[in-house]
Design a protein around this ligand. Structure first.
Ligand code: ADQ
Length: 460
């Protein structure tokens, strides 16, 4: 990404941190959009990694990125909780931009290259690359859920998307259900495919290739669908949480809030999938019936601005800001808001200080591929304290089974889960957090990337 002064720096986040060292060691390169419209710098080298910027025009940004990717695929893949807009001109932009990515990749990739494509914005790239460069080994990882047939079938371009993904040798999903939805849909759309269950929740999907023995078994191309739950850079959070200035910031935060007995925290992109409104309504209802005392507890919600040009996101923001106003209007004292709301991104040190200060972490998405915030909270709690309330609809719930798991669609259950977390006694809190920490320690983002690439290599 570009920094404020126009220079380049690695984007924050575990994925970039996990992949950069691997790329550096293997002499690999990274192709991606710069994040700014009409920004087309020449390829350059940053920290030993070759970067190939791929430009987007304003209309591609509107139609491909905010349109088809974030206003069609995103809601469709998240239970269609907002109506996906299917527009032919946005689809055309999606095809064109995917083609540009594929052409850049085949141009710069050496013979027999390993190409790893990420996320729902680029689902056509695997087959586009395969057509141009059958020698390449192609992996694809989907960071978001893959929906069931009933939802996916709505997509007017469903065949093209499945065909695009089947160009990969390995397609990775966050949860087993994603891999099985994908395998079932591929078969439903194409009766000629041979779909078989493999070990560990995976599937192999074989398709006959015209002209005979292109790559694999029976002259067919094999795509493996597997489960690769993503994680975070565990050590980074653990080390930050040990830093004196971070611990001081956490203590100072508590003091500045008037030393409440309980601090509840939410940290999310301001996205309608994250269940921010539901958790605020549950908080309001617990204040209303006296389960929580506004003099003794404080909720903090940090919401990163995201996709602000998309109408559903503007509506969501208005609703959340209305709730913040209503709750504070009713329950705050002068100088002591009961609900603190920040609409901005924070530096990682401040996030970790918040994680350390929070007695209860609320991660209540209605649907989420994984949810890294849940794992970051656990990795930061080297004091083996704090309670995580976690939605069953986040991929993280498969691993973090010692959280207080909840169905956020169930208002009463959400209220109960928050009350349980607030009232949980110290021995149970620490016992649960110890188990959560072992689960997170077992899953580091580097291990995740290594395993994916190892299994991709095995496809050769
Ligand atoms: P996201 O939907 O963005 O990711 P998530 O996994 O929670 O969701 O990652 C958010 C990241 O942004 C976290 O690292 C968090 O610390 C950071 N963040 C959130 N709010 C912030 C703030 N105010 N300031 C600074 N940083 C903030 C998509 C999928 C997820 C999947 C990830 C990774 O939707 O389901 O877990 O990709 O695959």
């Amino acid at each position: 990404m570009r920094t404020a002064d126009g220079s380049w720096a690695p984007s924050p986040g575990g994925l970039v941190r996990a992949l950069l060292p691997m790329l550096r060691d293997s002499g690999g390169m990274w192709a991606g959009w710069t994040g700014s419209v009409d920004d087309a710098p020449e390829p350059f080298n940053l920290d030993g990694v070759d970067l190939h910027p791929i430009p987007l025009s304003q209309s591609e940004h509107d139609d491909y990125y905010e349109g088809f990717s974030n206003d069609s695929l995103w809601p469709l893949y998240h239970d269609a909780m907002r109506d996906p807009s299917f527009k032919a001109e946005q689809w055309a932009a999606y095809v064109a931009v995917n083609q540009r990515f594929a052409e850049t990749l085949v141009e710069v990739a050496p013979p027999d290259a390993v190409i790893w494509v990420h996320d729902y914005h680029l689902q056509l790239v695997p087959s586009m690359v395969r057509r141009l460069r059958p020698d390449a080994l192609i992996g694809f990882f989907l960071h978001v859920p893959f929906p069931p047939w009933e939802l996916f079938a709505r997509l007017p371009w469903r065949d093209e998307i499945i065909d695009g993904l089947l160009g990969a040798d390995l397609v990775g999903f966050q949860r087993a259900i994603g891999a099985s939805n994908f395998a079932a849909i591929a078969q439903q759309l194409n009766a000629d495919l041979d779909v078989e269950e493999a070990d560990a929740d995976g599937f192999t999907i074989t398709r006959a290739v015209e002209g005979g023995d292109d790559t694999d078994r029976d002259g067919g191309h094999i795509t493996t669908a597997g489960v690769f739950p993503i994680s975070i850079d565990v050590d980074e959070f653990d080390l930050l949480a040990a830093e004196r200035n971070v611990r001081r910031a956490a203590a100072a935060l508590r003091t500045s809030l008037g030393n409440p007995e309980v601090i509840l925290l939410g940290v999310d992109r301001l996205d309608y999938t994250k269940g921010i409104g539901l958790r605020m309504r549950a908080f309001r209802s617990l204040l209303e019936d006296g389960t929580l005392d506004a003099d003794r507890c404080v909720m903090i919600q940090v919401a990163t601005p995201t996709r602000e040009a998309v109408e559903h996101y503007r509506d969501e923001r208005h609703e959340i800001e209305r709730l913040v106003g209503e709750i504070n209007g009713r329950y705050s004292r002068i100088g002591h808001p009961v609900l603190h709301y920040l609409y901005r991104g924070l530096p990682i040190e401040q996030l970790v200080a918040l994680y350390l200060a929070a007695d209860v972490m609320l991660v209540t998405p209605l649907r989420d591929g994984m949810n890294l915030v849940a794992k970051e909270y656990v990795a930061s709690r080297r004091d083996v304290n704090g309670v995580l309330v976690l939605s069953e609809f986040a991929g993280a719930a498969d691993q973090l089974i010692d959280a207080v798991l909840v169905n956020p669609h169930d208002e009463q259950a959400l209220r109960d889960a928050i009350a349980t977390a607030v009232e949980m006694h110290h021995p149970e809190r620490t016992a649960r957090m110890a188990k959560l920490r072992s689960a997170v320690a077992r899953s580091d983002v580097r291990g995740w990337a290594e395993r994916f690439l190892r299994e991709l290599e095995a496809a050769r």
